[in-house]
Design a protein around this ligand. Structure first.
Ligand code: ADQ
Length: 457
């Protein structure tokens, strides 16, 4: 069978024998481990000049990792600029936060070209190329320009917004044209897929093909599909249950109050942290009987901290956490614990299992794996309650969660109260329904279905 070539902005820092990471890294690694192959991406190094010369990073088992370095200018324009300060906010419907510069878009294209130039000599004729995420929308275009006729697929981990939102990016037409150089474009939900197809049909003279989900545009046939990313359900539960870790988590619980509401996110404005803090404040104000009993723990390691919008949200949250605690804390009770760091999975999963409720309330999210990990980590006899934003991709599958609108503070406060007082029978019923879907849409399914569709004639 042909080799798999995976391309993403960064390659995961994998070592032999190490436990698997979450999300993209876990899914990609599994696929590569099975069949062997190559993983290509940015090294994370910033050098004086970018050079289209891939270096062999390392080989782990049958997997070979190749990377390229970026120059400061490339990093600023491609990564910090267009990818994370223009595309990311717009893909998450945050038009007001998107900042566009043509020079940064040119930098984005230049780095996509650099990736194409470096990768081309490493690719064999029958390799299957699987590209990940919004950083590399133009990569297939660059590979085609260099004569590659391989199957090339893109999986977008983020949402794809309604055409009217996407078109606020001045270079939207260039991006869409470049995306049509892929053979298959995969999305997390049907909403995202439909938005992309809608753009092609209404704004790019696209014509729907007889093949389901395929559209002819710019002289090519691009297929589309929905592949909701999942988690290794049994692995998560096993990590949550490991006695030594559980002891650690139980000790942690002893330091908390009777009831724990947990949130775990990268510190990102799309995750709705500000609105969530406000909802918790509303909850404390409206449900005084919970005072002294409940702790809300927000774990949020900083990300992309060299971008101004991220620095701003961090400052705001620090201020809000202090203010809310100042307003409600007692000598023996601190209602909100705000932790700006990441934790190993063998600490995080047992902590999920200890929490009576998990608040996952992004303003928009491609999928949100924390929601799925939380459900998978629960004890089936005594499960906690997931409170989930209707704007997370995960809500399309996990509709047995308590679904909330993250802009509705009062609604979220009500959901917190409902979660903490829910009878065990109802919790079990909701948990079983979600587990059933998560077993069907597992991480293995995500990987196998995307690969099979990319391979298919
Ligand atoms: P992210 O935006 O990073 O991913 P998410 O799906 O929640 O968001 O994945 C986060 C992963 O990182 C989870 O596995 C979680 O356990 C881990 N993590 C988060 N905070 C952590 C912490 N403090 N310590 C340790 N680990 C932590 C993008 C998209 C999502 C999409 C994924 C996968 O934005 O919508 O679900 O890719 O496709």
């Amino acid at each position: 069978m042909s080799r798999l070539v995976v391309v993403s902005n960064r390659v995961a820092p994998i070592q032999e024998g190490e436990a698997t990471a979450g999300g993209l890294a876990a899914g990609v690694l599994d696929a590569l481990k099975q069949k062997g192959g190559l993983w290509f991406g940015w090294s994370g190094e910033i050098t004086a000049t970018s050079e289209a010369k891939p270096s062999l990073e390392r080989s782990v088992g049958q997997i070979t990792l190749f990377t390229v370095d970026l120059s400061r200018k490339d990093y600023d324009e491609y990564y910090r600029g267009f990818a994370n300060d223009t595309l990311w906010p717009v893909l998450h419907y945050q038009i007001g936060l998107g900042h566009f510069e043509w020079t940064e878009f040119e930098g984005y294209r230049r780095v996509n070209e650099l990736f194409a130039e470096s990768l081309t000599p490493l690719v064999r004729a029958d390799d299957l190329i699987w590209v990940h995420d919004y950083h590399l929308l133009c990569l297939a275009d660059g590979l085609r320009a260099r004569g590659l006729t391989n199957r090339i697929g893109l999986f977008l981990h983020t949402p794809f917004p309604a055409p009217g939102v996407f078109m606020t990016i001045p270079s939207h037409a260039d991006l869409i044209k470049a995306m049509c150089a892929y053979d298959l474009v995969g999305f997390q939900t049907e909403i995202d897929r439909t938005a992309f197809v809608d753009y092609l049909l209404r704004h790019a003279d696209g014509v729907a093909s007889d093949t389901v989900g395929a559209v002819s545009a710019f002289g090519r046939l691009v297929r589309t599909g929905v592949y909701p990313i999942g988690v290794h359900v049994d692995e998560v539960r096993a990590q949550a249950e490991t006695p030594v870790n559980r002891r650690q988590a139980t000790r942690m619980r002893a330091n908390l109050m009777e009831r724990l509401i947990l949130s775990v996110d990268r510190l990102d404005y799309s995750k709705g942290l500000r609105q969530r803090f406000a909802a918790f404040e509303r909850f404390l104000a409206e449900y005084p009987a919970q005072h002294g009993l409940v702790t809300f723990m927000q774990i949020a390691p900083p990300s992309r901290s060299d971008i101004e919008t991220y620095q701003r949200i961090r400052r705001e949250l620090e201020g809000e956490a202090g203010r809310i605690n100042g307003r409600f804390a007692e000598v023996d009770w601190v209602p909100l614990r705000y932790l700006n760091r990441s934790f190993p999975r063998n600490v995080l999963m047992p902590l999920y299992a200890e929490a009576q409720a998990c608040l996952v309330t992004p303003l928009r999210d491609g999928m949100n794996l924390v929601a799925k990990e939380y459900v998978a980590a629960q004890d089936p006899d005594e499960p906690g309650v997931l409170i989930l934003s209707e704007f997370a991709g995960a809500a399309r599958e996990l509709d047995a969660a308590l679904l909330v609108n993250p802009y509705d503070e009062a609604g979220m406060a009500r959901a917190m109260d409902q979660a903490l007082s829910m009878r065990v029978e109802e919790r079990q019923e909701r948990h079983q329904a979600m587990m059933k879907i998560m077993r069907t849409n597992s991480l293995e399914q995500w990987r196998d279905r995307f690969e099979a569709d990319l391979r298919a004639e």
